[in-house]
Design a protein around this ligand. Structure first.
Ligand code: BDR
Ligand code: CA
Length: 333
């Protein structure tokens, strides 16, 4: 069997993060060295706890979880209190039933604990002791931990094989009219990462919005019947309900369940799942209306700027679903 690809996940778990963790932990082709948590979809204490619950579900207590940054580098935003996805319920109030992310995932509490070391410190130590180009990073939340590590010890740069991150947008935006959630949570952090010189693939909101799953596909995953597959199916079905409610209520939304983060895991193993372009990308860090928007310079005009990332515009949904289904199914056998 071919050597497994070594990855580190960085998550703000979160429902789609949870599916990404399941797929990564259950993939025969990936070796997950550890998982870093960060505040984002919900508060850090919840993203960490949710991550541990998923690790337990996948029966992988051997994979360490490191608590990361609670807040963005510069912005004083508290992203989790600003969930654009929360819709009013019948009484006109807000509850968590209609939220894409709830404080607690629908999993039993776990006795697993996060490691003592903080995520950025562990990232630095792990990368420094690795060979050149040995480890792939897969950040699918606000990218604060990696930015901290890069600033604290840039000697980690050559150790990183590549960064395949979920974040950024070109034509599809949420939660603001100009920015995607992960970048909007910590724009300065992504700009630091984009200036690192590491090979970066940005699995943007445009790409993940292309790769939406259907009720039929959720059922196929449910029919696998394993605890992880049932859990993933439940999350996909919840997202389907939320997006249908949004569309019915006249809100902007996608048709189907966008599972953003797991597309980045798929892209590590199957880069062909993405339609990418090599571009220059920078983040608006100006604290105005466009704060956190990802600005692409695709054709070197009007300013000649070095290309620093592979930006994904769309994705192959069939390939994506086929991979997710097979990964969950093989692990159930
Ligand atoms: C990203 O934002 C979060 O809500 C999701 O987990 C995903 O990482 C999509 O914009
Ligand atoms: Ca996420």
């Amino acid at each position: 069997m071919a050597e497994k690809r070594k990855i580190i996940l960085d998550v703000d778990t979160g429902s789609d993060d949870a599916v990404a963790i399941c797929a990564a932990l259950l993939s025969e082709e990936l070796e997950v060295l550890g998982i870093c948590s960060v505040g984002g979809n919900v508060e850090l204490k919840n993203t960490t706890d949710n991550t541990l619950r998923v690790v337990e579900l996948c029966k992988r207590p051997d994979v360490p979880v490191y608590r990361g940054a609670e807040l963005p580098l510069v912005s004083t935003l508290e992203p989790w209190s600003n969930q654009a996805q929360v819709l009013p319920n019948k009484e006109g109030t807000h509850d968590q039933d209609n939220a894409v992310h709830t404080d607690h995932l629908p999993l039993p509490p776990t006795t697993l604990k996060a490691q003592d070391k903080s995520a950025a410190v562990w990232l630095i130590e792990t990368l420094l002791s690795a060979g050149d180009g040995e480890i792939t990073l897969v950040p699918v939340g606000p990218i604060t931990n990696l930015a901290l590590a890069l600033r604290a010890d840039p000697r980690i740069i050559p150790k990183i094989k590549e960064i395949v991150l979920m974040g950024g947008a070109n034509n599809v935006y949420s939660p603001t009219q100009a920015a995607e959630f992960n970048v909007w949570c910590d724009p300065e952090a992504l700009e630091i990462v984009l200036q690192s010189g590491v090979k970066i693939t940005m699995v943007s909101l445009d790409a993940t919005s292309h790769a939406c799953l259907t009720w039929e596909q959720a059922k196929a995953i449910r029919d696998i019947g394993s605890p992880a597959a049932l859990f993933c199916a439940e999350l996909i079905e919840h997202r389907l309900r939320v997006s249908e409610a949004a569309l019915a209520g006249g809100k902007m939304g996608v048709v189907g369940a966008a599972l953003h983060d797991v597309l980045a895991v798929c892209a590590v193993l199957h880069p062909e799942v993405l339609r990418t372009e090599h571009v220059s990308c920078h983040v608006d860090v100006g604290h105005g209306y466009a704060y956190g928007s990802t600005l692409l310079n695709r054709n070197y005009k009007p300013i000649d700027m070095p290309k620093n990332c592979w930006f994904a515009y769309s994705a192959d949904t069939e390939l994506f679903f086929g991979w997710l289904y097979e990964t969950l199914k093989r692990a159930a056998e």
